[in-house]
Design a protein around this ligand. Structure first.
Ligand SMILES: [Zn+2]
Length: 391
């Protein structure tokens, strides 16, 4: 990226042709038409609270520095504010009589050229940045990441929206970050996060692009047609509505795009599916399952992958294999097949228990992360297993 430091541009220069949309609360243009103050991908002007915006003007009036401002060069003598839009909008409103400053006596002051004229000659410190290389968008994104460290950081999707701003992002935001969208409630049963922070859009893009969001935005950037994006998202949501006859809070935020790809070709009986889900959640409440959020995937997959659930109870097959293994070993050594009896001196030290006199135990305790696998299974006599307690 190329940068140029300019210290010759003044408050007055920027305020020439300053326009402000009071309805949307955002600065539009300045610097005699060269400068777009708030590009569409920027956050809304959040200083317009009568405190932060006034503080910017007061800083200028006290001749305090207001910090670095970054412009992005977008064409021949055309610029966008990359960072500093809120400061520029604040002083622009003051200079154009759209913001009053309260003095120490509590009196409001409008901008008065005979009084504050010097303010217009105050130079600003402006870095002008210009993208280079194969992927200037990625560069822009990196600047954003850096220069937003001081303010509220943009999240991943907000950065992507900035990087690939254009008709596609604009159209997609109108659907997926629009709180008054009638479908938003339904969508948010499955997708976690704040639509205003672009979290629903992020998920929709992730699903349709199979995780290649950046490439997808790059390919579609100048295309106002978002049909594929909306259709795919709606297909996933419709499939969820068909397979699951009810919803649970645990469904919110699961990787539904991946699960849709994996399972949407399978036939399901919604009554059976939901019946199993309720049974398994009851098991989870009894702490027989730890990864309860994987119950949906487990059921969709035909209950073939118990590792998903971290099931706490050993299956009879695992217990029987452990029993046979221990019994053989114990017999050859002439000790009890309960390893805890075997190390004692009591009458049971050489006792060989029947399978039904024993219980399966987690060698590494369940509570310490031990899993319910064969390698972590040992059979203990009931007395020892119960003495060992809830482990
Ligand atoms: Zn024992």
């Amino acid at each position: 990226m190329k940068t140029e430091l300019r210290t010759d541009i003044t408050v007055g220069d920027i305020c020439k042709g300053f326009s402000y949309n009071s309805l949307e609360g955002r600065g539009l243009y300045g610097w005699s038409g060269r400068l777009v103050i708030q590009p569409e991908y920027q956050r809304n002007y959040i200083y317009a609270n009568g405190r932060d915006d006034v503080a910017v003007v007061e800083s200028l009036l006290k001749k305090y520095p207001i910090g670095l401002i970054y412009f992005l060069k977008v064409g021949e003598d055309k610029y966008e504010v990359l960072d500093g839009q809120q400061r520029i909008t604040s002083f622009g409103r003051f200079v154009t009589g759209q913001l009053d400053v309260i003095d120490a006596n509590g009196d409001p002051h409008k901008f008065d050229p005979s009084h504050h004229g010097w303010l217009l000659n105050t130079p600003l410190t402006i870095y002008i940045c210009e993208g280079e290389g194969d992927d200037p968008e990625a560069e822009i994104k990196d600047w954003f990441r850096t220069i937003n460290i001081a303010g509220k950081p943009l999240n991943e999707q907000e950065l992507l929206n900035a990087t690939y701003s254009g008709p596609f992002v604009t159209a997609a935001k109108a659907v997926f970050s629009n709180s008054s969208n009638a479908n938003m409630q339904k969508w948010k049963r499955f997708v976690a996060g704040d639509e205003k922070r672009q979290m629903i859009l992020a998920e929709a893009l992730d699903w349709v692009s199979k995780g290649n969001v950046r490439q997808y935005l790059k390919d579609h950037r100048y295309n106002p047609d978002i049909t594929e994006l909306t259709r795919y998202f709606e297909s996933v949501i419709a499939w969820l509505g068909g397979v699951f006859k009810d919803t649970r809070s645990e469904m919110c935020g699961l990787e539904w795009g991946r699960l849709y790809e994996q399972f949407h070709g399978n036939p399901y009986d919604p009554d059976k599916v939901w019946g199993r889900i309720e049974v398994l959640f009851a098991d989870a409440e009894d702490k027989k399952i730890t990864n309860a959020r994987n119950i949906f995937e487990y059921v969709l997959g035909g209950e073939t992958d118990p590792r998903l659930l971290k099931i706490r109870i050993f299956s009879p097959e695992i217990a029987k294999r452990a029993y046979r293994r221990q019994k053989e070993k114990a017999k050859s050594k002439g000790v009890s097949n309960c390893p805890l009896c075997a190390i004692g001196h009591a009458a049971n030290a050489k006792r060989i228990y029947d399978f039904k006199e024993m219980e399966a135990d987690h060698v590494t305790a369940w509570s310490k992360g031990g899993d319910t696998s064969e390698a972590n299974c040992q059979m203990l006599c009931k007395t020892h297993n119960r003495a060992k307690g809830n482990a």
